[in-house]
Design a protein around this ligand. Structure first.
Ligand code: C2E
Ligand code: MG
Ligand code: MG
Length: 711
């Protein structure tokens, strides 16, 4: 007989059953086991849902941890069993057939969250209980006082029946009586207690106020106090208690005895310590984790005058490759080995190593002389990585990049310091890795703005923060305006107007250049059409638009351009696209095809910044280019008078070669009349530069053009 395969609901219930069997024996509940299991079903469902949710919420685990405490599973063993059970069965019963690796990671994170939620709930509950105990102490105090005055027998009953430890001493501190609960806590006999003095019960972890409060009480200046205090048991182990001490007065109100009530908190404290350890250490390597590291760093950064800190931020080079090729298990072992080695590098007081996550580690040094020490620390780390790591019979070479930040305490916060270290580490990586670099505030600032600009770019286009300035192109022969080059700018809400050099490379890097370039083309073509309509008498004004190399390889270039020209009603020959010389060096036919198509339609192609790219002049013939734009550097050589004769010869040579290939020559960066004259004599056709006009709004151009046409 074959059983029906279980549905998800059956499997969920089975998981709840296993869970309740594991935890029920250590639970102090009045429910039966099946009733208890019923309580666990919704918790199991939450874990199961969280395990498989599209976006993972570890907080579900916390809620489950808190619910366990609410269900009276407060015994440390109960937590431990619950975690074991989740670890072993959650993925098995609730994981369906999803990717096991990811599910296991989620299960591990859920377990951490359960432990954290459990600890938090327990802490809250403890606080509430402390309140209740204080109240009980007050009640007991009046009860005991009454009993003392009224009936010895009733007092005995209260005293012996109490679940918490009770002791009475006189005002000199001589212990007179203790109850059974107290004896059990201490694990000693009545004789060993009686006749001892309260003052002997000091412990190295006594808080400073403990004995001050005691003195005040026995002097009759205080009625009671409440502290957390440790005691030594006769066998030398520590007993932790919540201790409430009250003053008992006689019938005339004179201080007479002191009454101590104590609750054993040793186990709870141990559990809290264990939970704290788990919450602050990395499960894989056992190193302190990000949380603990931040605490320490924060402390180091808020240390007093003269104190300094040094931080090494290490990221392994090529770890992903190891992980991908040898598998996660091998990657994990490598990380454990690296963690061990790092730990041995930072053993001095004030030093620590932590794992931030993945293959990122940090080492911190604090004190007065960290300027010297942090370098030595980085050296030790690099040396520790030199010996290859053996895994599965393979020798793996480990390399790392380190960013170092060092400085005085009290100036920066942990997040800022860590960001600086991270940026510096990336600098070390992009310089080839396997090295360390020191943080440099200027480089940081540049990287930060670069990062900020990159992330702001896409929204900037949507918000219309870009605008275009136009710079006239002037005919050298008669000085008339023939057209203009469109130059894009970004009106950044914080940084003001940014030039293209600041953001075009970022836009190229992120791919935004394609929509941005299309927008520039559209605006410029529309502008050119507007000039033509309004100032037909000023002659046909042309528009030059810059193209990035990325736009050249974009498949939509030709179609987009054709669409825009048609939509705006501009003739193809009124448009010139500028492509930098370097973008076309070594270009193959595939890359040139779209440009050739555009050229065939009548669009001019200009080779921008010509002369900077060392292209083979003979190569020019291959390119679908009709204009050379001589780079500004040539024009600069003509600023002095007389101009450098070699420069003159070169420009003369280029111009005559260009003309023999039927190319027009435009010069850029003309700043003086002398330059303009010189370039005219050399045979250049058009010029562009501050001498004529700086880039400006579109209206300025037709003012210039109108002056030429009429004057
Ligand atoms: P480019 O195409 O060579 O543009 C000429 C640059 O020289 C412009 O700088 C212009 O302002 C500057 N300039 C003009 N006359 C003078 C002068 O007399 N003296 C000096 N010293 N400089 C002069 P800008 O606007 O900063 O543009 C820089 C580069 O950014 C442009 O170089 C171009 O390659 C790129 N660019 C500008 N707009 C766009 C665009 O819409 N798309 C793309 N892909 N690149 C653009
Ligand atoms: Mg240009
Ligand atoms: Mg140029």
């Amino acid at each position: 007989m074959t059983a029906e395969p279980d549905g998800p609901e059956d499997r969920l219930r089975r998981f709840a059953t296993i869970w309740s069997r594991a935890v029920f024996p250590v639970t102090s509940t009045s429910l039966t086991r099946p009733e208890f299991e019923q309580q666990l079903v919704p918790l199991a469902r939450r874990l199961s849902d969280a395990l498989r949710a599209r976006t993972f919420e570890a907080s579900e685990g916390q809620a489950v941890g808190a619910a366990l405490v609410a269900a009276h599973c407060t015994d440390p063993e109960a937590l431990s069993r619950a975690l074991d059970c989740v670890d072993a069965y959650l993925v098995l019963y609730c994981g369906e057939d999803g990717p096991q690796e990811a599910l296991r990671t989620r299960s591990a994170r859920l377990q951490h969250a359960i432990a954290a939620g459990f600890a938090q709930a327990l802490r809250e509950r403890t606080l509430a209980e402390q309140e209740a105990i204080s109240q009980a102490a007050l009640n007991a105090r009046s009860a005991v006082a009454e009993a003392l005055h009224a009936s010895e027998a009733r007092f005995r009953a209260v005293f012996e029946g109490a679940a918490i430890g009770i002791g009475i001493a006189d005002l000199e501190g001589n212990v007179l009586q203790v109850n059974g609960a107290l004896l059990r806590m201490f694990g000693g006999s009545e004789q060993s207690m009686r006749g001892r003095k309260v003052q002997e019960w000091t412990h190295p972890e006594d808080a400073p106020q403990v004995w001050r409060l005691y003195e005040e009480l026995v002097r009759g200046e205080r009625e009671h106090y409440h502290v957390e205090k440790a005691f030594y048991r006769p066998d030398g182990t520590a007993l932790w208690t919540n201790l409430t001490v009250s003053l008992l007065r006689d019938a005339d109100g004179e201080p007479q005895y002191q009454l101590a009530l104590m609750e054993d908190t040793t186990e709870r404290r141990l559990l809290n310590l264990r939970l704290r350890y788990e919450a602050t250490h990395d499960a894989l390597t056992g190193l302190p984790n990000r949380t603990l590291f931040f605490e320490r760093l924060e402390k180091a950064l808020s240390a007093g005058e003269g104190q300094r800190f040094g931080l090494c931020y290490l990221d392994l080079d090529g770890f992903k490759t190891i992980n991908d090729s040898l598998g996660h298990a091998a990657g994990d072992r490598l990380l454990v080995e690296v963690a061990d080695r790092l730990q041995s590098c930072a053993t001095a007081p004030g030093e620590m190593v932590a794992r931030l996550g993945g293959d990122e580690f940090v080492a911190l040094t604090t004190g007065l002389d960290t300027e010297r020490e942090v370098d030595a620390l980085a050296d030790r780390i690099m040396n520790a990585l030199i010996t290859p790591v053996r895994i599965d019979g393979r020798e793996l070479t480990v390399r790392g990049s380190i960013g170092i930040v060092e400085g005085p305490a009290g100036e920066r916060g942990p997040a800022e310091v860590l960001r600086s270290a991270d940026i510096t580490m990336y600098r070390a990586k992009s310089a080839g890795g396997n090295r360390f670099e020191l943080a440099d505030p200027e480089a940081d600032a540049r990287a930060i703005t670069r990062h900020g600009l990159t992330t702001a770019l896409p929204a900037a286009l949507d918000r219309g923060e870009f605008f275009i300035e136009y710079q006239p192109l002037v005919h050298l022969g008669d000085g008339s305006v023939r057209g203009a080059e469109a130059l894009v700018r970004w009106l950044h809400p914080q940084h003001g107007v940014l030039g293209p050099d600041r953001f075009i490379p970022l836009a190229e890097h992120t791919g935004l250049i394609v929509p941005l370039g299309r927008w520039v083309l559209e605006q410029s073509v529309r502008q050119a059409r507007a000039w033509q309509e309004r100032h037909a008498n000023a002659g046909p004004l042309r528009i030059n638009v810059n193209l990035s190399p990325c736009q050249l390889t974009h498949p939509g270039l030709v179609q987009d351009t054709v669409d825009i020209l048609e939509r705006e009603g501009l003739d193809a020959d009124a448009l010139c696209l500028e492509v930098t010389e370097s973008a076309l060096i070594g270009a193959d036919d595939d890359l040139l095809k779209p440009l050739r198509r555009l050229a065939e339609m009548g669009v001019d192609i200009a080779l921008d910044d010509f002369g900077t790219g060392y292209s083979n002049l003979a190569n020019l013939r291959r390119l679908p280019v009709s204009i050379l734009k001589l780079d500004r550097s040539f024009t600069q050589g003509m600023q002095q008078f007389p101009a450098d004769p070699v420069d003159l010869k070169i420009v003369e040579g280029i111009v005559s070669l260009a003309h023999s290939l039927d190319l027009a020559v435009t010069v850029e960066g003309v700043e003086t009349g002398a330059q303009a004259e010189q370039l005219r004599i050399l045979g250049c056709d058009t010029a562009q530069g501050w001498y004529y006009a700086r880039p400006g709004p579109p209206d300025r151009l037709h003012e210039l053009a109108l002056v030429d046409a009429t004057g």
